[in-house]
Design a protein around this ligand. Structure first.
Ligand code: SAM
Ligand code: SF4
Length: 349
């Protein structure tokens, strides 16, 4: 069934990079199902033109599952007494970073719960060692910290920081992240950007209470923050959290948000997230064909991997090297290859 002329025009406008207002974004989010292929095709073309045809890899290490926060959606929340907790030592982290380097992947993402055990000094020492012993590009994803910490991390040699805004709705944020402040999260993002970090933000799609209006605001916020990376993934309900059982089947909606993020922000780096691969067997490949250009293989040592239990079903069994081989085959099946360069956000074309 062909799509309406007005839908076609709106998708065309987005593909050309013309400014879209909130109402138009909401319309694109809520178009009839038969419009999805057209929207994904437009995003794929813009990805090809603005970010290239190759897929960039980031090796991720989830070095601690301790968290002082209590986000309602997350299995690592401090209120989850069922989870066995772990912390990787500095040497264990360095050994794992060296494994990433061996594969040729040029960047490491260090992620954890908000865990003050890793003080400013500890994180800085780790950054300095990684730079000295491997020279990999370092992305941190360790939550909200004071400005002086961000400054210290940067001086020590960290290059990038991922801090998803999670949702553009202040009310929803307040409900989902008790004791946290939405303005503070945004201030952290602005500070990171001002300090010169390549900064990543993003959201979860399928959260309870989320509306197309809120998703449109998420997309406008990604644009406003001028983020360099955008993590967009499904919310997956964890059985040991207050949101247990609130499952959703919004694959098409997630892909639409991702495609719109590509159309609105043009040249950003957008991962096909692990959450998407967990949510749907074809999630990763579909995302790569709807605007995504980055994949983040998990190098967390096997003994810890299953304990980084943000949401259920995420563990991919086997060493990362094997996983990369498998990914390479998958990428080839959609005519794409891996690029082992650092994959900095391209200058606007
Ligand atoms: N603690 C840091 C933070 O919150 O920014 C980094 C680690 S946190 C586990 C990384 C991301 O996991 C969050 O930004 C959030 O979007 C995602 N996440 C947490 N629980 C999730 C869930 N149930 N489903 C999907 N994503 C989830
Ligand atoms: Fe902690 Fe991050 Fe999970 Fe919130 S999302 S509970 S801050 S690990």
């Amino acid at each position: 069934m062909s799509i309406s002329k007005s839908a076609e025009n709106l998708i065309g406008k987005a593909q050309e990079g013309k400014e879209l207002n909130r109402k138009e974004i909401i319309r694109l989010l809520t178009l009839p199902v038969n419009c999805s292929p057209e929207l994904f095709y437009a995003a794929d073309k813009v990805r090809k033109d603005q970010a290239g045809d190759e897929i960039f890899l980031r090796g991720i290490i989830e070095f601690s599952n301790h968290c002082e926060r209590n986000c309602l959606y997350c299995g690592l929340r401090k209120g989850n007494a069922k989870l066995s907790r772990y912390r990787m030592s500095e040497d264990e982290i360095i050994t794992t970073v060296k494994q990433i380097k061996k594969t040729g992947i040029p960047t490491v993402v260090l992620q954890s719960g908000e865990d003050s055990f890793y003080s400013t000094d500890v994180v800085c020492r780790l950054i300095e060692r990684i730079r000295k012993e491997t020279d990999l590009i370092i992305t941190l994803s360790i939550g909200e910290r004071p400005l002086n910490d961000y400054k210290a991390f940067q001086q020590a040699g960290a290059n990038r920081y991922l801090l998803k805004h999670e949702t553009a709705s202040k009310d929803l944020y307040k409900y989902l992240r008790p004791g946290c402040n939405w303005q503070n999260r945004l201030q952290c993002l602005r500070r990171l950007k001002e300090l010169g970090f390549e900064t990543g933000t993003g959201n979860m799609v399928g959260l309870p209470g989320q509306t197309p209006e809120i998703l449109a605001d998420d997309l406008l916020m990604m644009k406003l923050l001028d983020a360099d990376m955008l993590g967009i993934g499904p919310f997956i309900a964890h059985p040991d959290t207050p949101l247990a059982g609130l499952d959703h089947d919004g694959l098409a909606l997630i892909l639409r948000v991702l495609a719109l993020a590509r159309l609105l922000t043009r040249n950003t780096n957008i991962p096909a997230t692990t959450a998407l691969a967990t949510f749907h067997p074809q999630g990763r490949l579909l995302a790569l064909q709807a605007g995504a250009n980055v994949v983040m293989p998990d190098f967390t040592p096997e003994i810890y991997k299953t304990l980084y239990d943000i949401y259920p079903g995420r563990t991919v069994v086997g060493p990362a090297v094997k996983i990369i081989g498998k990914l390479e085959n998958n990428f080839q099946s959609i005519g794409r290859t891996i690029n082992y360069n650092i994959g900095q956000r391209q200058k606007h074309k």
